[in-house]
Design a protein around this ligand. Structure first.
Ligand SMILES: Cc1cc2nc3c(=O)[nH]c(=O)nc-3n(C[C@H](O)[C@H](O)[C@H](O)COP(=O)(O)O)c2cc1C
Length: 185
């Protein structure tokens, strides 16, 4: 993972608090991490936490300031060696599956040429819903990797599958894929 460039997308899920640990682990592994948050994600964890841990400003808007400076989604997509979206909300998964592009994270996703990993996090019935399952299948069909959610007690108090995979498990996935790519080269 040393020197590898990772984009970590964080979306609006209660599991967003785990993005802090995930960022910390990726940085500890030697990765350079740029975090992109959706607007909704900021209700769950602050950009300050993730910018401090990643040592980079957190990105979430296309346009940075009134002077017209902007975050170049195409450059960001090409910059990344891997993109990890964790937690991935049902909403963002649906938008990704349908090519929607109404925020910076989605535009970077559409521009990326690197492997993309999504770690869904949601309540059991949201995950089971045929539309969510269809979206996950579409995303896999486009070559994205799903990091399976775990089983256990959910934020709603219900018990089932939908908990975001643990950060340690998530970090292992791009690492493995990068190692495999190196072996092939
Ligand atoms: C307290 C709370 C917890 C939520 N947890 C989740 C969740 O775990 N997964 C999910 O898909 N949506 C969850 N939502 C709904 C999303 O925040 C909502 O769909 C939002 O529009 C997602 O936006 P984004 O995909 O742009 O980040 C939650 C909402 C609230 C208020």
């Amino acid at each position: 993972m040393k020197g590898k460039k990772i984009i970590l997308g964080v979306t609006g899920s209660i599991a967003a608090y785990k993005a802090a640990v995930l960022t910390r682990l990726l940085v500890k592994e030697g990765a350079e991490v740029k975090v992109i948050m959706t607007e909704s994600a900021k209700d769950f964890i602050t950009p300050l936490t993730l910018s401090t841990l990643s040592k980079h400003p957190v990105l979430s808007q296309f346009v940075k300031n009134e002077a017209g400076e902007w975050n170049n989604h195409v450059d960001l997509g090409l910059w990344a060696d891997a993109m990890v979206i964790a937690p991935a909300s049902a909403n963002t998964l649906a938008k990704m599956a349908h090519g929607e592009c109404d925020n910076l994270l989605l535009a970077v996703y559409l521009s990326a040429r690197c492997p993309v990993f999504v770690a869904p996090a949601m309540d059991l019935d949201m995950l089971k819903h045929p539309s969510t399952q269809k979206n996950l299948q579409s995303l896999q069909g486009y070559g994205n990797h799903t990091i399976a959610p775990g089983h256990g007690e959910l934020a709603s108090g219900l018990v089932g599958t939908g908990r975001m995979a643990e950060p340690e498990e998530i970090v292992a996935q791009p690492t493995e894929s990068i190692i495999k790519k190196k072996k092939k080269a």
